[in-house]
Design a protein around this ligand. Structure first.
Ligand code: ADP
Ligand code: GLC
Length: 490
């Protein structure tokens, strides 16, 4: 199949979270399955120089309208694998910024995010329409590219694009919707008749994600449980009604893990290698991390950790409150993350008050993320909602027992002893409260005191297989159904 993916972040070029891991791996493993794959992404500042050196110019020039003005972009390409081309939309006025979506100093969204991503979506559609290899399916991700299905549909209906591709919209996170003032709708240069309550309008505002949900040929999200949850007001972020109307084209496909990158042996980020049958290296990684983070080096103290955006979604406040209670038990905790200033301050304050037990690094550090996974005995992920979540799957592979709230992809990827004693690999809790998390941590500490059982949990987790092949097979089936090479599922 000929497939064009589009995403505002693609690892290793630009990343704020799992979206980048997912779109990079999906493109790579679809290409390896023999499909012709293009991935379109903005050329963001901050790409490592070694990667910038791999970019080649592409003979393509974009001059696209945003309302009354016209903006220019060039295109560059990289070809990291056979069958895979990354197309970078190079428009410095929009993407040469210190942050991807927000100013890292003020922490405020850029004032022109609507302009930036409407322009990007138009660039994606222009490539899809005129690339000589004629993509058959366009697979777009989250609100940044959610206008693509509407642009494609409009051009197919009114602008002579008779062989327009089918469109798939994947929801990685329903909370950011690109919602903005109604006046910004004019930037789309579309007729006013799409701006109504059953399409792009939302409580008087313009909502790009809603437009995508209405006009995409099919909608997916990144776990079966989240696909069900978002049909309810509690998880629907105001769009559950729209999603219920489109339920017949909505499905959930769990993300995979790129085990070429997330591995415990042959990993350049780790001080010591280890395997499921020889965990000596894991103990060495724990000692190294304790020393690196300024914690007492103690093999017999359980080390808990988290790597996360510090947002309410991730339950950062629940961790802070639960730790206040649980630190009395003597455990150690390591955090790597950044996000809401009050949460950052909360973790800094905890580390100041408990220097022998809590170590915090505020910031973003890909290599340290691997070292933390490899060092930890337990991994805390008390998300209020979690479309898929990748860190719990990385933790399983690295032998850090996940302690998770039973929601979304956490529910689908972790097995609690109450669900299946023969395959238990993590600890789940239900209520989004600090008390419920503290209770789950206590269960972890009980497990810590039973080394044979703990070893069994680790073994189950490390052997669990979330390789991309399974997810790619599910996407291939979905694309095939869209192209009429099979029946569309209910
Ligand atoms: P989300 O995409 O909602 O943030 P995921 O669990 O899907 O959550 O993916 C998060 C990804 O971002 C993981 O690869 C994780 O290691 C990475 N990550 C998050 N915060 C940081 C950080 N501060 N430093 C390094 N990596 C981080
Ligand atoms: C989003 C979600 C996360 C998911 C990731 C990749 O950032 O919050 O749960 O794993 O996208 O799909």
């Amino acid at each position: 199949m000929r497939l064009l993916l589009a995403s505002s972040e693609v690892e290793p070029y630009a990343k704020t979270g799992g979206l980048a891991d997912m779109t990079a791996a999906l493109g790579k493993y679809l290409a390896r399955a023999g499909h012709q794959v293009g991935v379109v992404t903005p050329l963001h500042r901050g790409m490592p120089p070694a990667l910038v050196a791999t970019l080649e110019p592409f003979d393509w020039s974009l001059d696209l309208p945003l309302g009354g003005a016209t903006f220019h972009a060039d295109v560059k390409i990289a070809q990291p694998e056979p069958n895979l081309t990354i197309y970078f939309v190079d428009a410095p006025q929009f993407y040469d910024r210190a942050g991807l979506y927000l100013d890292p100093v003020s922490k405020h969204d850029y004032w022109d995010n609507a302009e930036r991503y409407i322009f990007f979506s138009k660039a994606v559609v222009n490539l899809a329409r005129y690339l000589p290899w004629k993509p058959e399916v366009m697979h777009v991700h989250d609100w940044h590219t959610a206008l693509v299905p509407l642009f494609v549909r409009h051009q197919a209906w009114h602008d002579g694009w008779s062989d327009a591709p089918k469109t798939v919209l994947t929801i990685h996170n329903l909370a950011p919707q690109g919602r903005c003032h109604a006046a910004k709708y004019a930037l789309t240069n579309l007729p006013g008749y799409y701006f109504h309550a059953d399409a792009a309008e939302f409580w008087g505002d313009f909502n790009p994600l809603k437009a995508g949900l209405v006009f995409a040929d099919t909608i997916t999200t990144v776990s079966p449980t989240y696909a069900r949850e978002i049909l309810t007001p509690a998880y629907g972020e105001g769009l559950d009604g729209v999603l219920r109307r489109r339920q017949h084209v909505l499905s959930g496909i769990l993300n995979g893990v790129d085990y070429e990158k997330w591995r415990t042996s042959g990993n350049p980020h780790l001080p010591a290698a280890y395997t499921v049958d020889d965990l000596a290296g894991k103990a060495a990684n724990k000692a190294a991390l304790q020393a690196e983070m300024g914690l007492p080096v103690r093999a017999n103290v359980p080390l808990l950790g988290t790597i996360s955006r510090l947002e309410p979604q991730k339950g950062a406040d629940l961790i802070l409150a639960a730790l206040e209670e649980m630190l009395a038990s003597g455990l150690q905790y390591v955090l790597l993350g950044s996000g809401r200033p009050d949460f950052e301050d909360g973790f800094r304050s905890l580390a100041r008050r408990y220097p022998a037990q809590v170590a915090v690094k505020i910031g973003y550090d890909a290599a340290l993320a691997h070292r933390i996974e490899a060092a930890c005995d337990f991994y805390l992920m008390p998300s209020r909602f979690e479309p898929c979540g990748l860190n719990q799957m990385y933790s399983l592979r690295y032998g850090a027992v996940p302690v998770v709230r039973a929601t979304g992809g956490l529910q689908d990827s972790i097995t609690d002893i109450r669900e299946d004693p023969a395959h238990a690999d993590g600890i789940k809790f239900q209520a989004p409260t600090a008390a419920a998390l503290a209770k789950a941590i206590r269960k972890g500490l009980a497990l810590w005191s039973e080394p044979t059982l703990l070893a069994l949990y680790r073994r189950h987790g490390m052997l669990k297989d979330f390789s991309w092949q399974r997810s790619v097979t599910a996407y291939e089936a979905l694309y095939g159904r869209l192209l009429g090479r099979g029946r569309l599922s209910a």
